[in-house]
Design a protein. Structure first.
Length: 107
C-alpha cells in the first residue's frame, strides 16, 4: 500500500525529500514567488532548532536561579529574626542584672 502524504501528515519531515509544489491551474503564470535555493534556509532551520531545544534549559536555569535567590532571602530573614530575638533576650538579661545590682547596693 503506497499512500501519498498529505499536508497535515507528510511522508517525511525533511523538506529536501518532499515533492516540490506544483503551480495550480487557478493562478496565472508568473504570479508565484520565484524558486530559491534552500542551503541557507536549512542551516538557519538547524540553528533555530538548536536554539529552540535550548530554550527549556535556559528557562530551567532562570527558574532555579530565582528559587535560589528566594531561598537565600528567606534564610537571611530567618537569621535577622533570630538576631533580633537574641538581642531582646540580652537586653532583658541586662535589665535583670542592673536591677539585681541596684537591689544589692540599696541593702
Amino acid at each position: 500500500m503506497n499512500v501519498a502524504g498529505t499536508i497535515d501528515r507528510p511522508l517525511t519531515n525533511d523538506p529536501r525529500k518532499q515533492a516540490p509544489m506544483k503551480p495550480s491551474a487557478s493562478e496565472p503564470a508568473g504570479s508565484a514567488t520565484p524558486d530559491f535555493t534552500t542551503i541557507g534556509a536549512t542551516e538557519s532551520r538547524q540553528n533555530r532548532t538548536r536554539e529552540m531545544q535550548l530554550i527549556p534549559e535556559a528557562l530551567a536555569r532562570a527558574h532555579m536561579r530565582d528559587r535560589l535567590q528566594e531561598a537565600e532571602r528567606e534564610r537571611q530573614a530567618v537569621r535577622l529574626a533570630a538576631a533580633r530575638r537574641m538581642q531582646r533576650r540580652a537586653e532583658r538579661a541586662s535589665m535583670r542584672a542592673r536591677r539585681a545590682l541596684a537591689m544589692a547596693v540599696m541593702q
